[in-house]
Write a protein that binds this ligand. Structure first.
Ligand code: PLP
Length: 446
């Protein structure tokens, strides 16, 4: 799935690879203006991912030559006579030029035909669920779905009589059994999952879903389009919390939906405007800025996560490490098949149980104790009491001794050292030996 080869051959993007969208003013003009699907950014002779991230939809401004797309704050647009829209823009909930540039770029990054920028990942998820499901329908969700997705399905959609079954999507037989042909409208997939980093086979799930007349949606937040492109593997629609890796700097909340299905694109576009959960122009602008460095950030996230996972696995206070790039991970073969690299998220359990997990989260100095992920800075959190508190008493509850890391792009040795000092000093490293190891090592730390 690596499509980088074309970029080196054509340093001048105007004469080289096809960035499709945004180059042709006619195409650009209708971006965001209606349900018309846009052409794919991955036609033959398509540009490499790194080139797309910087150039798709982002020609120098025709009036000033500015190399960065302008930030259009206007909420409304002058018309040349009634209905005479210049460039298709009418009112910024329906479409906005800065958002249109972002949507063009997102379309190209996932190899889709249309993208919708949304105000949050949950708004994106909600829009897909409501575009696809009607009362009486059934959906299948991952047994360790993002907590907010589970909450939306279990506590909001259920009120509109949409039923769900939570299943381990890595288990093909269990998934097949959970799908009700003709009633299941959607299979919702996350891979890698949050926080257990389970891997599901996107191509196999697409076949299962399609055979039963259902669509496959993939929440691609943890991988980002740089590492994994679900549409090319058979998925019908991709969702992102752009708050995470796509934004990359922990300074916006946003979401995105990308699809290659023109009919679905039309229904999604209608809901985006009808319900109105759109991002503001400045958030779109910041997201475009983040996306330009996505490939280089992801390369470093992956390298650092690998380094950290290796060090954690060697530490006696750590029970198990969950990282899809480790050959011992049950999803490793599938991850190798469908991902470019294994991502920046690492989860692990502590031999010392719940107390050790809480203590560790308070002992790191470089890893900041906070929710969220995907930013340049490293974060640590305790899913059972933080991000996954909303699934505490449900079938989706996570182990109490689990700690999740979002490994940032700092110096890899600094990150490994920080975790080592935090683990070395645990007073509760081992359930039985806790009392004796403790006093000695705690005495040395401040
Ligand atoms: C954060 C997250 C979401 C929700 O996104 P928001 O931008 O916080 O609304 C959905 N799915 C996954 C996998 C996430 O990590």
């Amino acid at each position: 799935m690596d499509a980088t080869a074309a970029s080196a051959a054509s340093p001048d993007p105007n004469s080289g690879p096809d960035l499709s969208l945004g180059r042709d003013p006619a195409v650009h003009a209708d971006v965001g203006a209606g349900p018309e699907p846009r052409s794919s950014g991955r036609a033959q002779n398509a540009a490499g991912f790194e080139t797309i991230a910087i150039h798709a939809g982002q020609e120098p401004d025709p009036t000033t030559g500015a190399v960065v797309p302008p930030l259009h704050l206007a909420s409304t647009y002058a018309q040349d006579g009634v209905g005479g829209l210049r460039g298709g823009f009418e009112y910024s909930r329906s479409s906005n030029p800065t958002r249109a540039v972002l949507e063009t770029c997102l379309t190209a990054l996932e190899g889709g035909r249309a993208a919708l920028a949304m105000s949050s990942g949950m708004a994106a998820t909600d829009t897909v669920l409501r575009a696809v499901c009607r009362p009486g329908d059934h959906i299948v969700i991952p047994a360790d779905a993002y907590g907010g997705t589970y909450r939306l399905v279990a506590r909001v959609l259920s009120q509109w009589n949409v039923e769900h079954t939570a299943v381990d999507l890595a288990d093909a037989e269990a998934t097949r059994a959970a799908i009700r042909p003709g009633v299941t409208r959607l299979v919702w997939c996350e891979t890698p999952t949050n926080p257990m980093l389970t891997i599901a086979d996107i191509g196999a799930l697409a076949t299962l879903a399609h055979d039963a007349g259902a669509l496959l949606a993939v929440d691609n937040t943890f991988a980002s389009p740089y590492l994994q492109q679900p549409l090319s593997l058979g998925a019908d629609v991709v969702v992102h919390s752009t708050t995470k890796y796509l934004g990359g700097h922990s300074d916006i909340v946003g979401g995105a939906i990308i699809t290659a299905d023109p009919d679905l694109a039309e229904r999604l576009r209608f809901l985006q405007n009808a319900a109105g959960a759109v991002p503001g122009p400045f958030d779109c602008w910041l997201l475009l800025r983040g996306i330009r460095t996505l490939p280089v950030r992801m390369d470093r996230h992956c390298a650092n996560a690998r380094h950290v996972a290796t060090h954690l696995a060697a530490h006696p206070a750590v029970e198990t490490v969950r990282y899809p790039g480790m050959p011992g991970h049950p999803g490793y073969p599938v991850a190798v098949k469908q991902m470019r690299d294994f991502g920046g998220m690492v989860s692990f359990t502590l031999s010392g149980g719940h107390a050790a997990a809480l203590e560790l989260c308070a002992r790191t100095r470089l890893f900041t104790l906070a929710e969220s992920l995907g930013g340049v800075e490293s974060l640590i959190e305790h899913p059972a009491s933080m991000t996954h508190a909303s699934v505490a008493d449900s079938p989706l509850a996570v182990p109490a001794n689990l700690v999740r890391l979002s490994v940032g792009i700092e110096n890899a040795d600094d990150l490994a050292d920080d975790l080592r000092q935090a683990l070395d000093g645990l007073s509760t490293a081992f359930p039985s030996k806790a009392a004796d190891t403790t006093t000695a090592s705690r005495a040395g730390s401040s």
